[in-house]
Design a protein around this ligand. Structure first.
Ligand SMILES: [Zn+2]
Length: 285
């Protein structure tokens, strides 16, 4: 899928393919100048946003695949954040903690049942209560399996209901995590810092933070945070930050939990079109 970007040298706007790593080493088609583009978004966010786009475009079945993957990656995000938080409290360095975490994750990565088990134990240990939402009903597992494994063609309303349930659950997990979500964010920043350090001298880096269903535009022109009201903003998301070889501060916190049942519909109304247009490469600044 393509996303819009702008050359920091000549301001030429063009589209580029979104890469899984979030790190893009690009050559401007207009001025041939090189630059690096870093997108700050977590995988569960990207997957949920892709599901939203598919749903809005009328691809209900395809949306389910993305929503289901987003939930799995959100559980992983929780697990990683919670464990890194614990390591930090025990005085371990982020490098050591991340290394041990990767070694452990390797044992779980190819089996989603193992991941669910690990998540349940970590959730119980951190929150002091059972993850009572981890039932097949709570996860919408029957619907998901019917669509993904048995070729069921769902109606749009069914997918809306499924997405709303997952959205509420994911928001709840992010709310439970609170500041601990910064832990997983830091590991992404660490990877970006390493990539930044590998860049050739003089190659500028651009950091972008796009809106998403879990990410509200951070800054409006008067410096106050958007309150999500009807008012249209001229700038739908923060302007990209261009740097040479120093990591700019990430936008934090990047989540605002919405725990009511209508949260999905609210986010869809406020940001659905933006998200959809972003992946079409249409959104501009
Ligand atoms: Zn250029």
């Amino acid at each position: 899928m393509n996303i819009p970007t702008t050359c920091p040298r000549c301001q030429h706007a063009f589209q580029t393919e979104y890469l899984d790593s979030g790190i893009h080493e690009l050559t401007c088609p207009a001025c041939q100048g090189r630059f690096a583009l870093f997108i700050r978004k977590h995988r569960f966010e990207t997957l949920f946003d892709l599901g939203t786009r598919a749903l809005l475009d009328g691809y209900a079945r395809e949306a389910v695949v993305n929503f289901a993957a987003a939930l799995e990656r959100c559980l992983e995000f929780y697990l990683r954040s919670a464990l890194l938080e614990r390591f930090a409290a025990q005085g371990h360095t982020l490098e050591d903690a991340a290394g041990e975490l990767e070694a452990t994750w390797k044992l779980l990565v190819s089996q989603s049942e193992r991941q669910l088990g690990a998540f349940a134990a970590v959730y119980l240990a951190r929150e002091g209560r059972a993850p009572d939402f981890l039932t097949p009903q709570g996860l919408g597992a029957e619907f998901r399996n019917r669509v993904i494994h048995r070729g069921y063609l769902p109606r749009e309303q069914e997918v809306q209901d499924y997405a709303a349930g997952l959205f509420a659950l994911m928001n709840r997990l992010l709310g439970d995590l609170g500041d601990a979500a910064l832990q997983a964010t830091l590991t992404q920043e660490r990877e970006y810092a390493a990539a930044l350090a590998r860049l050739d001298e003089g190659v500028p880096a651009v950091f972008e933070e796009h809106p998403g269903m879990f990410r509200t535009p951070r800054i409006v022109s008067d410096g106050s945070e958007s309150d999500g009201s009807e008012s249209e903003q001229d700038t739908p998301w923060p302007a990209p930050v261009t740097v040479s070889h120093q990591l700019p501060a990430p936008a934090l916190p990047n989540t605002r939990p919405l725990n009511d049942a209508a949260a999905f519909q609210t986010a869809l109304r406020e940001r659905g079109t933006l998200v959809s247009e972003l992946f079409r490469g249409k959104a501009g600044r």
